[in-house]
Design a protein around this ligand. Structure first.
Ligand SMILES: [Fe+2]
Ligand SMILES: [Fe+2]
Length: 369
């Protein structure tokens, strides 16, 4: 990598690319612009969610209070917490940029309005995280990140599969932490976690939009090859989180969480939510599923330990273990998928504004009277 002497350590760290780090994406915007979103009769639903976004429920939510100005020099797992903020900020900012690019390239007014609102939300999330980092005397230079970070090209359908899942798993991660800390306030190591409940509603809503977008293009969901891609991305998202969180067990322990139980709960919820759109999901209740992921996490820990020790023999053994991770993931991928059944399909979050059907305008007028 080129020399970057003027950048903060955190910015330099966020610029590094590795398999498990958050990425910036680019895609074929022209192909997305050419999609006919009216094809499956979903225009009304898109219009409804546009209005939802424009209501901007969290307009006043992302404001820090005096709790943020306390001295966190001696907080537990400070370095891991900073890393958590950095990764989250990079991921949020990545969404902000991608959605802003959509606004630039798309012509459909409903789509543009929706992406503008989603970019607004992600920019707000990234800014909130970055200010929190600044309180701890570290901050990311987002403009440098935007210019210098490598952009990964994904064709549109892969963007939809992966972004949908990162929104929904983001929701699942934040809500599990929030609910846990609600019960165990003694583990709130920083006030930012108190903001997670409303925050994750934004992510849930973003995911709802991508679910609509995929439903408006049924071949993305029905073709056998695409079903295989869907399973691939489900596994990629789950496994990436599992390996990442296993490496950061101390962080979760400081929050009073066992990383493994937490991750499994997060994956189970995300997998249930994904039945709202995906014709099949992963068999997370098959005992082999988490057995394989546990082995992959174990190999990853041993491989990292060996690689850190250095030396040719250790490096070779680390490489063998990494090959073992690939084999375990392949075995997980090959487990018979869980077909989505009408009876068990995800119907939406209770208490959350879900599409009420084509009479929503009349209902809104009635509610306002
Ligand atoms: Fe976000
Ligand atoms: Fe989001």
């Amino acid at each position: 990598m080129e020399q970057m002497p003027d950048l903060s350590v955190t910015t330099r760290h966020a610029l590094q690319e590795a398999i498990l780090t958050p990425r910036f994406y680019t895609t074929d915007f022209k192909a997305i612009d050419a999609l006919d979103i009216d094809r499956n009769g979903l225009r009304d639903e898109f219009e409804w969610i546009r209005e939802e976004f424009e209501r901007d429920y969290n307009r006043n939510h992302f404001k820090r209070n005096e709790e943020f100005l306390a001295n966190f020099d001696d907080m537990p797992v400070r370095q891991l917490f900073i890393e958590f903020l950095e990764r989250s900020c990079t991921a949020e900012f990545s969404g902000c940029i991608l959605y802003a690019e959509m606004v630039k390239h798309l012509k459909d007014p409903t789509m543009r309005a929706i992406f503008r609102c989603m970019s607004r939300d992600e920019g707000r999330h990234a800014g909130f995280l970055n200010k929190t980092m600044a309180d701890l005397n570290v901050a990311l230079d987002l403009s440098v990140l935007q210019k210098r970070k490598k952009y990964t090209y994904f064709q549109p359908k892969f963007i939809f599969y992966t972004v949908y899942l990162s929104e929904k798993i983001g929701y699942s991660r934040y809500i599990h932490i929030y609910r846990h800390l609600e019960k165990h306030p003694e583990n709130i190591i920083h006030p930012i976690f108190k903001w997670f409940e409303q925050w994750c509603n934004d992510e849930y809503r973003h995911g709802e939009f991508f679910s609509m977008l995929m439903r408006s293009q049924p071949e993305l969901l029905n073709r056998p090859a695409n079903r295989r891609w869907i399973r691939f991305f489900l596994l990629a998202v789950y496994a990436t989180m599992y390996l990442n969180d296993c490496r950061r067990a101390d962080f979760y322990r400081a929050l009073g969480l066992d990383w493994r139980t937490y991750d499994q709960d997060v994956i189970r919820l995300c997998n249930r939510i994904a039945t709202q759109v995906y014709p099949e999901t992963l068999p997370v209740d098959d005992p082999r599923f988490f057995r394989h992921l546990d082995k992959a996490a174990e190999y990853d820990a041993r491989a990292n330990e060996l690689a850190n020790r250095g030396g040719t023999v250790n490096q070779a053994q680390a490489a063998r273990l990494r090959a073992g991770i690939v084999l375990r993931l392949l075995a997980t991928y090959r487990l018979p998928p869980l077909p989505t059944r009408e009876a068990t399909k995800w119907r939406g979050l209770e208490g959350f504004p879900n599409y009420p059907g084509p009479d929503w305008r009349a209902r809104r007028v009635a509610a306002a009277d």
